[in-house]
Design a binder for this molecule. Structure first.
Ligand code: HEC
Length: 384
């Protein structure tokens, strides 16, 4: 160590060691009285009352924190305003876009974040000049002793009132156990800030690479979860696509036998009941089989409103307007095609039954209606 170079221009200051804390209090009072500015007290534990006697000024760090905190608030204000009412305005619960109460947590968090982290950074890098950790008192007998069982007062040579002999005799007057002169060592004299030091920068870069690759490895490899997109990517075929699933290779299938899809059928007599009545002809014969089918479908789909025998005696107990009898002169004189049209399109309050019945079933129902009409309105020749 070159601590003891001791030429006057290299002198950092003079320190006095005391075993008795009461002596220190006296020295402090004297130094304040004489008006010294650059001096300090060192102790291995807090000496209550000393800071007050030293007349220490408030640290400027509070103002730093205040300014950084306000910067955080303003940043938060701008961020919320810009994102929520300019860049991507979203109406949430009918509230205005700039809904201040909702943004208070953001402002609060940013204020605290910038104030705390920023203050720590300012302290480290600006006040303590990190990564420089050199200080003339480091590794000296003086600092070693005050960290164990001594109390120290140190006056820096840069103080305007500093005169080596005067300071030494002052310490002596107050009964110092030891007086030590401390000089800058060579490293401290030739000190340059190390923030831009190649070693330091490479150290930071290495740390950044290691942390980001560890994070990447964990998030994307070790703990990787596939995105939940199973709703998005379903196994299905688009129209006209072929498929190896079915023997015929077609992706599109015919509807299962006996089903009629809604709007699947083309009906050429839309809104043309008279034309339907004239042009449509029942293709079915009144066989036992067709009549059975017709009765089955009539009982299922028509009888709830029209009654078992089509007499208009609805079983819905007035929940739906009662339909007219199917045995009226009018319906008896209608062609099959005209009744078919009512099944296809409905009539006033009666809905269409086109999607419930296949074409064959419709005609079969009409055959059955005809047989009901004939049964309730039998002619002489029907009996013979
Ligand atoms: C939900 C009840 C309901 C069902 C089920 C129903 N209808 Fe109707 N139907 C009516 C009503 C109500 C009318 C009268 C409509 C009007 O005011 O023009 C009617 C009218 C008719 C008419 C015309 C009668 C006329 O005098 O104008 C025919 C024919 C008919 N229905 C046949 C059928 C057939 C066939 C079925 C079975 C496939 C059927 N209906 C099922 C309620 C129903």
């Amino acid at each position: 160590m070159d601590n003891q170079m001791n030429t006057s221009e290299n002198l950092y200051g003079v320190g006095a060691l005391f075993k008795d804390p009461n002596k220190i209090v006296k020295v402090v009072e004297k130094l304040v009285e004489l008006g010294y500015k650059h001096w300090d007290v060192h102790s291995s534990y807090p000496l209550h009352g000393i800071p007050k006697r030293m007349r220490l000024k408030w640290s400027p760090l509070g103002y730093v924190a205040l300014i950084l905190g306000l910067t955080g608030t303003l940043t938060g204000l701008f961020l919320t305003w810009w994102t929520m009412s300019v860049d991507y305005p979203l109406t949430i619960g009918g509230k205005p876009w700039f809904s201040f109460p909702a943004f208070v947590p953001v402002l609060f968090e940013l204020t605290v974040l910038l104030a705390s982290v920023g203050t720590a950074i300012v302290m480290l890098f600006i006040i303590f000049k990190f990564p420089n950790n050199q200080h003339p008192l480091h590794d000296t007998e003086y600092i070693n002793k005050v960290s164990v069982d001594h109390f120290g007062v140190f006056i820096e040579a840069k103080d305007e009132l500093f005169e080596l002999e005067k300071v030494k005799s002052l310490f002596n007057d107050f009964g110092a156990d030891e007086i030590i002169e401390i000089a800058y060592d060579r490293n401290e004299v030739t000190f340059k800030p190390k923030v831009f030091d190649v070693k330091f920068i490479s150290f930071l870069v290495v740390i950044a690479i290691i942390t980001s690759s560890v994070a990447y490895l964990f998030n994307n490899k070790i703990l990787y979860l596939p995105p939940f997109d199973f709703m998005l990517k379903q196994f299905r075929l688009g129209p006209q696509e072929s498929s190896t699933f079915f023997a015929d290779g077609f992706g599109m299938r015919k509807p299962p036998a006996g089903t009629v899809a809604r709007n699947q059928e083309f009906y050429p007599f839309k809104n043309k009941p008279d034309e339907a009545g004239m042009k449509l002809v029942n293709p079915l014969l009144a066989t036992q089989e067709n009549l059975e089918l017709g009765r089955n479908k009539f009982n299922t789909f028509c009888s709830p409103c029209h009654g078992w025998r089509g007499e208009g005696d609805s079983r819905l107990n007035g929940q739906f307007p009662n339909p007219p009898s199917l045995h009226s002169e009018k319906v008896r004189n209608w062609t099959d095609g005209r009744i078919y049209h009512v099944i296809m399109e409905g009539q006033n309050v009666m809905p269409s039954y086109a999607s419930q019945l296949t074409e064959k079933e419709r005609w079969a129902v009409i055959l059955y209606i005809r047989s009901l009409q004939r049964a309730l309105n039998a002619k002489q020749e029907d009996i013979q």
